[in-house]
Design a protein around this ligand. Structure first.
Ligand SMILES: [Zn+2]
Length: 336
C-alpha cells in the first residue's frame, strides 16, 4: 500500500533562487536508478553518491507521483563509440524515457557542476519525457527545467548570462531551440538563456508550473495549449517575458546579475571616495596652515607697529622732560 503523500518544502524551487515555500505531494516511491559502470575494473571509483536523495524532488517538480520503470545509468569510457561521437563539452545525455549515459572522464562543466549534478540533470530529462506522455516539449523548456532539477542555475549561470547579454544580440524565443544545435558558444548561451527564462516563468507562475503543464500534456494537450491552460500565457506572451528579461539584464547588468561586479564597484567607489577625502583633508590642512601663517605675519606687523609707537611716545616724554635743561645749553652739568 503506498504511503500517503507527505508535504515538503520544494527545495528545488529554492535551489533555483525562488523565495517560495510551498507544500506539494511527493512521490511515495522514488524512481530507481540502476547504475552500470562500463569502464572496466581499472577505472576509478564512481564519482556518484550511493544515494540519490534528489530523485523525489525532481519527480515532484515535473509532476510524477509514481516511480515508473527504473532508469538505467551507464558510465562509459572515453574510448567507447558513444563517447567519441559526443561533442567534447558534453558530460552526459539522456536516451528516451529509460536511459542516461554519463562520461565521467570529462570534467563536468557548465551547465552542471559535479557528476551527481549531471546525473540529476539527465534524469530530469528522462522524467520530463515521461511526465509529458512522450509528446514533444520545446528544448528550451526541457533544458531550463533540467537545469533547475540539477540545481545548476547559480551565480555562474547568471554571470555567464550577463556576459553573454553584454556582447550578444537579443534572442527571440523562436530562435532559442535552434541555438542548442549550434557550436559550443551558441549551446552555452542557449543553456544560460533557457535557464533564465524557466526561472522567470517559475517566479511568475509558481514552482508548480512544470507539474501542471506536463500533467496536461500527459492527458493529451500539446505544449502551447498546456502552457496557456496552466498560466493563461501564450507562446507570444512568453516571448515578451523572455525579451523583457534580456532588456532588463542589459540595463541593470552590474547590479542585477553579478554580486562580484557589485562588490567590485563598491570597492572602487570606496577607494575613489577615500582618495578624494584624503585630498580634501590635505587641502584643508594646507589652507589652515596658510591662514595661520598669514595671521602670524599680520600679528607680527601689528606688534612691531605698537612697539614703534610706544618707543616714539617714550622718546616724546623724555624730550618733554629734558626740554628746560637743554634750553640754556648747560653743557657743564654732569650727565649720568
Ligand atoms: Zn540537458
Amino acid at each position: 500500500m503506498p504511503d500517503p503523500a507527505r508535504p515538503v518544502l520544494l527545495r528545488l524551487a529554492m535551489a533555483a533562487g525562488l523565495s517560495l515555500c510551498v507544500s506539494v505531494p511527493v512521490a511515495a516511491q522514488p524512481t530507481a536508478l540502476l547504475v552500470e559502470d562500463q569502464r572496466g575494473a581499472s577505472a576509478p571509483r564512481s564519482a556518484l553518491a550511493d544515494e540519490h536523495r534528489w530523485v523525489p524532488d525532481v519527480m515532484t517538480l515535473v509532476g510524477l507521483d509514481e516511480p515508473g520503470p527504473p532508469i538505467h545509468v551507464l558510465l562509459v569510457p572515453e574510448s567507447s563509440p558513444v563517447a567519441q561521437g559526443a561533442p567534447t563539452w558534453v558530460a552526459g545525455f539522456a536516451f528516451g524515457s529509460a536511459t542516461v549515459v554519463l562520461l565521467p572522464q570529462r570534467t563536468p562543466v557548465y551547465p552542471d557542476g559535479g557528476l551527481e549534478e549531471v546525473l540529476a540533470h539527465e534524469v530530469a530529462h528522462v522524467l520530463i519525457t515521461r511526465a509529458s506522455g512522450g509528446l514533444p516539449v520545446p528544448r528550451w523548456f526541457h533544458e531550463g527545467v533540467a537545469m533547475v532539477a540539477g540545481r545548476s542555475w547559480g551565480l555562474e549561470d547568471r554571470t555567464r548570462l550577463a556576459l553573454d547579454l553584454l556582447w550578444g544580440e537579443k534572442v527571440p524565443l523562436a530562435r532559442l531551440d535552434g541555438m542548442f544545435r549550434g557550436d559550443e558558444a551558441a549551446v552555452r548561451r542557449a543553456y544560460a538563456l533557457a535557464g533564465a527564462l524557466v526561472q522567470d516563468l517559475l517566479e511568475r507562475y509558481g514552482p508548480g508550473l512544470p507539474r501542471g503543464l506536463l500533467s496536461r500534456m500527459r492527458r493529451g494537450e500539446r505544449f502551447e495549449e498546456a502552457l496557456r491552460l496552466t498560466t493563461g500565457a501564450t507562446s507570444s506572451d512568453v516571448d515578451g517575458i523572455f525579451l523583457a528579461r534580456q532588456t532588463l539584464l542589459r540595463r541593470w547588468l552590474p547590479v542585477a546579475t553579478s554580486g562580484a561586479a557589485l562588490w567590485f564597484g563598491i570597492t572602487v567607489m570606496a577607494i575613489v571616495a577615500g582618495r578624494k577625502r584624503r585630498r580634501r583633508f590635505r587641502a584643508e590642512l594646507a589652507r589652515m596652515a596658510a591662514e595661520e601663517e598669514a595671521a602670524a605675519r599680520v600679528a607680527a606687523r601689528e606688534a612691531a607697529r605698537e612697539e614703534a609707537v610706544s618707543r616714539e611716545e617714550a622718546a616724546e616724554r623724555a624730550r618733554a622732560k629734558a626740554g628746560p635743561l637743554d634750553a640754556g645749553g648747560h653743557d657743564d652739568w654732569p650727565v649720568n
